[in-house]
Structures are given as structure tokens and as C-alpha cells.
Ligand binder design. Structure first.
Ligand SMILES: [Mg+2]
Length: 239
């Protein structure tokens, strides 16, 4: 891959990379916008009136409860989104005014629109590089990718829940490197979470790409190789 340095400056170097690993939630489906923000938007579109600050802790409760929903580990993307919308609906004080199905549909449609834009980019990258997803998902990561029509572009799918490792456990990335038969210095990790995605990859000697909206302040302590506002921009650096 060809990369700019993270400041977007003039320095450009060509690196020999043979594999690119991607996080899923917030990266492939959202260009770095956290699910809490996207669900808040969906909730407002469905009739809710709480501000983001009041909604955020209720969202976190729904996230914890989602992990305990029977059968959730086998769920695809639509089913997982629907289950989480139901839990949010149960937790908000203005539920009577919020249409649960509208909230789920809004979140789902926004994500599928992002994926539709990214899919051809992934397909073109997959022509010259080996791609993998290394992530945790509320449902089955493989089913979520299949639901979104992008499973086949990935040479490996490393599901944290399936392996019993929690991010940022570096064994997840090590499993992906072994699955694709590449060394850390020949691989990139692309993700929206500095702690879960970028830090462990950098610690293994991988190159890293942080997907974050331009107004996001990095917390410090870890510097990604590259920062992009949209995952689709990754293609400009492929080669
Ligand atoms: Mg993420």
C-alpha cells in the first residue's frame, strides 16, 4: 500500500503490504461514527426526544443486555440491530412516542448505505491484497457480513466471540496473521477504535489506519500510521 503520513503531509512512501485487516462495527458500516451516535439519530428519527447525553447511558445498558439475549450469537446484522432497537425501546422513558421498527430500520438502512459505498472498494482491494475482518460483533460476525453481502471479499473472518478472546487481546490479530500466512510488518489494521483496533496492531508491528470523523480528538498515547475520515478513501492508498 502507498501511504501518506498521518498528518496528511507530503511525505509518501510505498510499502509492501499483502494483507489488510478490518474491524467491523463503526468501521465497515459507519465510517468511524460510533453506534451510540447512530442509534441516537435513529431514535430521534423514530420520535424520541432525549438529547445524546441522556441517551448515551441508556444505550450502554442496551449494549450490555444485548449480549445476554438468547440466540444472539447466531444473529445476522438485521436481527442484531432489531434486538438492540427493542432493548433501547424498553429502556427509554419516552418509549410510547418512539416507533421501534422505524428506529431499527433507520439504523439498518444507514449502515447498508455505507456498506454499499464501501463494497466496490473492498472488492478492488481484494484483487491485489488479502483482506480479513478481525472484530467483535453482537451477533455472528460471519452472519453479519453475509447479511450485508460482503462476506466473500474476506479471506478470513476472525470473530472474537467465537475464539473466546476479548479485544484488545493481540491473539485475535495473531490468529488472523497466521490464517493468512503473513507477517505483522506486511499487514495493516483498519479500525475506528484506538484502544481495541489500533493499539494492539501497532504493538505487534503492524501498520495502522484509524477511521474517524475529522472532528474526533485522538486520546493520545497511540499514533496511527494513517488517519482517514472515510473508509472508502483507503483505496487512494492501495497499490
Ligand atoms: Mg469498531
Amino acid at each position: 500500500m502507498r501511504v501518506n503520513d498521518v498528518s496528511g503531509g507530503e511525505r509518501e512512501s510505498r510499502l509492501l503490504s499483502s494483507a489488510v485487516f478490518f474491524d467491523f462495527g463503526g468501521t465497515i458500516d459507519a465510517d468511524g461514527v460510533p453506534a451510540a451516535i447512530r442509534f441516537h439519530r435513529a431514535y430521534r428519527a423514530a420520535g424520541g426526544s432525549l438529547p445524546q447525553g441522556t441517551f448515551a447511558p441508556l444505550y450502554r445498558v442496551s449494549e450490555r443486555r444485548l449480549a445476554e439475549v438468547p440466540g444472539i450469537r447466531a444473529a445476522g446484522f438485521r436481527e442484531a440491530v432489531s434486538a438492540q432497537a427493542a432493548l433501547i425501546h424498553e429502556g427509554v422513558p419516552d418509549a410510547a412516542r418512539v416507533d421501534r421498527a422505524t428506529m431499527a430500520a433507520r439504523f439498518h438502512d444507514e449502515a447498508t448505505a455505507v456498506v454499499a459505498r464501501i463494497r466496490p472498494v473492498l472488492e478492488r482491494l481484494a484483487a491485489t491484497l488479502r483482506l480479513a475482518v478481525v472484530a467483535a460483533a453482537p451477533g455472528s460476525l460471519r452472519s453479519c457480513l453475509a447479511d450485508l453481502g460482503i462476506l466473500e471479499v474476506f479471506a478470513a473472518v476472525i470473530d472474537a466471540a467465537e475464539l473466546g478472546f476479548e479485544r484488545p487481546d493481540v491473539r485475535l490479530l495473531a490468529t488472523a496473521l497466521a490464517a493468512l500466512g503473513v507477517t505483522a510488518d506486511a499487514a495493516w489494521m483498519v479500525g475506528d477504535d484506538l484502544d481495541a483496533d489500533i493499539r494492539p496492531a501497532a504493538s505487534l508491528g503492524m501498520k495502522t489506519c484509524w477511521i474517524a470523523p475529522p472532528d474526533r480528538e485522538p486520546p493520545g498515547g497511540v499514533v496511527p500510521t494513517l488517519r482517514l475520515g472515510r473508509l472508502a478513501d483507503l483505496e487512494r492508498f492501495g497499490g
